[in-house]
Design a protein around this ligand. Sequence first.
Ligand code: ZN
Ligand code: ZN
Length: 322
Amino acid sequence: MGPRDVLIEIRYAGICHSDIHTVRGEWGKVPYPLTVGHEIVGEVTEVGAEVTRHSVGDRVGVGCMVNSCRECDNCKAGQEQYCLNGNVGTYAGTDRDGTVTQGGYSTHIVVDEDFVLRVPESIPYETAAPLLCAGITTYSPLAHWKAGPGRNVAVVGMGGLGHMAVKIAAAMGAEVTVLSQTLGKKDDGLAFGARHYHATSDPATFKDLANTFDLIINTVSAPIDMGAYLRLLRLDGTLVAVGAPPEPLPVQVFALFGARRSFAGSSIGGIAETQEMLGFCADHGIAPQVEVIPADEVNEAYDRVLKSDVRYRFVIDINTLR
Ligand SMILES: [Zn+2]
Ligand SMILES: [Zn+2]
């Protein structure tokens, strides 16, 4: 504990696809031994002498980063996730003091107070956890590219990220369409607020929906046919990648020319925006749909995530570690 640190007794930790990529070494060298997990919620049990933003007993959360330089242009603009000197990831990062950061599949975590979020009372702990990554990862691009009334928004993929994107975009007032491999989760998608639901395995989908969307949020972390999806955008539409396939995606430039389309990426959100997202979800009664598991079922859960067999986010009950 440093003077600006907060000690958190963790209650729940969400399982993000990034945890699996990291654990299995798919995103490069891993500083083993490593504890992953960056959807963390719990209660403050101790604060350093200089801490002013949090108190013992507060309900708090920690997302994908635990520090940044705080001095660069992007940090000063409240976009710490795009820190020019590199933000410090919640796990597998090297903190300013040289230690390797360890994540939330753990009973406790110590985090600088500036990177600790307040969790509104109305959001239960177990559903608050996935908001810290899946929630902000989808909220930030939806807010930036102005999902709202009169805007047609498509969400590609109905997993942990996708189902949150549907709920948030619908709450923002946009007309939401889900593009999923099959119609297997159609009832859920419509219940989450989507107005339309189409199977991407059906070639007619790409013909019928050409030039339709202002914004497409692609949550799939596997390669897709970029040209086919870009052609679904109407004039000045944007396709935003938030899922991260390890291999490069070939982009057909002619698909961009066709309607002055854009291809963009977005990574989580700043701390202030993450706090704003938690307030938005509390105000609109939005929470992820979760499946709570004990810690000894994590390996099985990983396999099920990879088979898209989760509705819609696994959350580990950290009490099962105690
Ligand atoms: Zn994540
Ligand atoms: Zn910075």
